[in-house]
Design a protein around this ligand. Structure first.
Ligand code: HAM
Length: 429
């Protein structure tokens, strides 16, 4: 029988690498807490129409990358429902915002999430079919200040701080404004007109997009199309005065905070819900998939999926890519030092239960303990213990009766006799 393997594009994450994942997540949670974000956990699957209406039918994500299935009706009264594994989490967060009427509090909602997302993309370095995102959204009614350019600048400043605290050196922030939905509609018309003549020279996808959603032409990754795209009109020229002022206020606040950025007028992002500010943080060490994170403002998203007016801004970082970047810059960082305080070696199988009792005592006192097995010879116990723990505690009949345990320290080679009542504090040193 063929051996079963993890499905293409999915991976197992194993210790000690998971230490690094946990460290990144813990740092993110600490930084989010300092900026007063709370955690939201939404379902891994949602109604397919949520993504079609928010991310957009014409995007690569919705048109070809989603894991979608018909959930059959289980009773006559039930209808079959089309469900999709979430390809991203902004849509789910905004759906939850609407469903729980979070806007009625009148407060700005600042929500973060950490979890897996699913896209049927061609797997390569830094690109998986199940990948992890750490993301956050700031959303609320306009009177709560959700449209303010200060929110954009604060989110970007927080990201710069988070990447610095994670130890990611050499990140670049690319910044653009795609304007209001009216600006975008105007720009789409300008692009459509400009593409009439040149689209036939472009790839098949671009030829289709030139008609259905010209903005998506700017996402094209086909190398031969790039020089053609560079000649197209820039979105920055289609912005109205309000959008220009908004963007100028964002960049002025970033300048004041000393957060470096580069303007990139082609950065329209591959999801349809964006308005005004869009951004990506990239890293040279990642190769073709160089975006560490992406995000932007989505002032019309809530209304597009049937909710109240609730402008917002957010981002999602690729956790897999953060891990790759850190592993490349500091190769040994997930080789965690042994943390186990002691290994308990029962001398004989009849002492196994007593060893479990001793391990329970020490673990309840807060120590990390590895428990051996009485069937092991003493030499094997020592060898096993030396690989994982700082010390070995021998538990034989004598030790059990006298309550005095023999402890050997592997780093110094010293052997000590310790009364059981003092063992936990001795091992903690
Ligand atoms: P996105 O640009 O599609 O945006 O994804 C954000 C990040 O997720 C990317 O920059 C990348 O690091 C990571 N990522 C995406 N696809 C993959 C993949 N197949 N394998 C590994 N990593 C991947 C969003 O998802 C938006 N929801 C971000 C957002 C939040 N905008 C506003 N709020």
């Amino acid at each position: 029988m063929a051996t079963l393997k993890a499905v293409r594009g999915t991976r197992d994450l194993l210790p000690p690498e998971t230490e690094l994942w946990n460290r990144i997540e813990a740092t993110a949670r600490q930084v989010f807490a300092r900026y007063h974000f709370g955690e939201i956990r939404t379902p891994i699957f949602e109604d397919t129409s949520l993504f079609a209406r928010s991310v957009g039918e014409e995007t690569d994500i919705v048109s070809k990358e989603m894991y979608t299935w018909e959930d059959r009706a289980r009773a006559l009264s039930e209808k079959a429902q089309s469900l999709t594994l979430r390809p991203e989490n902004t849509a789910g967060v905004v759906r939850a915002y609407i469903e729980h009427k979070l806007g009625e509090s009148g407060q700005l909602q600042k929500l973060y999430y950490i979890g897996p997302q699913f896209r049927r993309e061609r797997p390569q370095k830094g690109r998986y079919r199940q990948f992890w995102q750490i993301g956050a959204e700031v959303i609320g009614p306009p009177f709560a200040g959700s449209e303010s350019p200060l929110r954009d600048a604060e989110v970007l400043e927080m990201l710069a701080t988070l990447l610095d605290e994670l130890g990611i050196d050499g990140w670049n922030l690319e910044l653009n404004s795609v304007g209001s939905s009216a600006d975008r509609a105007r720009y789409n018309d300008v692009l459509r007109a400009a593409l009439v003549e040149i689209a036939p020279k472009m790839c098949a996808d671009c030829q289709r997009r030139a008609v259905t959603n010209p903005l998506r032409v700017l996402d094209c990754k086909v190398p031969e199309d790039q020089p053609i795209i560079d000649t197209l009109p820039k979105i920055t020229d289609s912005l109205d005065q309000e959008s220009k002022d908004h963007f100028a206020a964002v960049t002025a606040a970033l300048d004041a905070a000393g957060v470096p950025y580069k303007l990139n007028p082609r950065l329209v992002r591959g999801l349809d819900y964006y308005t005004r500010t869009t951004f990506e943080f990239t890293h040279g060490g990642l190769g073709a998939q160089n975006a560490l994170l992406g995000g932007g403002r989505y002032d019309g998203l809530s209304e597009a999926i049937g909710g109240p007016k609730a402008p917002g801004i957010g981002f999602a970082m690729g956790l897999d890519r953060l891990v790759l970047t850190l592993q490349a810059t500091e190769p040994n960082q997930d080789a965690a030092p042994p943390q186990v305080h002691a290994y308990i070696a029962p001398l004989g199988e009849n002492l196994n239960a007593a060893a479990l009792v001793l391990a329970r005592e020490l673990r309840r006192a807060g120590l990390s303990i590895e428990l051996g097995d009485g069937s092991f010879r003493l030499k094997k116990s020592f060898e096993t213990a030396d690989k994982v723990a700082r010390r070995i505690v021998i538990l034989g009949e004598d030790e059990l009766q006298s309550g005095i345990l023999t402890v050997k320290d592997f780093s110094t080679g010293t052997q000590s006799k310790i009364p059981r009542a003092e063992l936990a504090s001795f091992l903690a040193l």
